[in-house]
Design a protein around this ligand. Sequence first.
Ligand SMILES: [Zn+2]
Length: 292
Amino acid sequence: MNTLRAVIQDAQARGDAVGHFNVSDLVLLKAVLAAARELDVPVVVGLSEGEREFVGTRTIGALVRSLREEFDFPIFLNADHTHSLAKGIEAAKAGFDAIVFDLSALPFAENVRQTKQAVEALKSINPSMMVEGEIGDIGTGSEIHDAAPDLAKGLSSPEEAKQFVESTGVDILAPAVGNMHGMLRSMVKGETKKRLDIERIAGIKRATGAFLTLHGGSGTDDDDLRRAIAAGINIVHINTELRVAWRHGLEQGLAKMPDEVVPYKILPPAVEAVKQVVLSRLRLFNGKRRAA
Ligand SMILES: [Zn+2]
């Protein structure tokens, strides 16, 4: 089985990106795996601290490891948005392949200092664990927002990206390049799309040479995503689109069977709704592999 690093390297060489999808229950996990297996492309599932709190850090570690072995399939596990070293160590010990150590809310120098410490501490537990650091401001939760936050001042520059990568030793960088966590109501309805700063992505790639993650990919213009991948994005995170599909699918299942109480009869429409979103995003991220 390839490591996550080899999978990202391979996708980069081809001009593709690796899809990262957040999961917080078995419906989402089943849907992500089913879509990735159907297309035969590697996939990363991620859980933020809140999502891990609900599912259980060791539980998801055991589940993903078991699925990887059972299906001999490249499914990887990421500890998304981890804000303390203690939570990071918990994930490293549970066998996570990667971690997003996110201190982007702190002043830059403090972010650098603590991220560097985390890289050293986490790699002493698992040398092959990939550590991602984050700079700039891309908003907060993967939820539906009424108004767009002003993120213009929090955009990352190639200079600070280079300085951050060089001084911390992170394997992956998450910059702020016009992306944002969550979706506006108009994006859920499909009336508006997020747009990305492609020039900024290309500049950051040139300056750092690092693997780059695009967070908050939900609701982004398809063509901007393709151009962002061509400019150097290696991993794209999708969460809110899955949450919206999960809710709609669940509502559909409940409405279809108003008197049913058996979860495995009610939940399949939710699995199917999420799977369709994952399929469409994975097709886009793996355009080169699928064309070959
Ligand atoms: Zn994120």
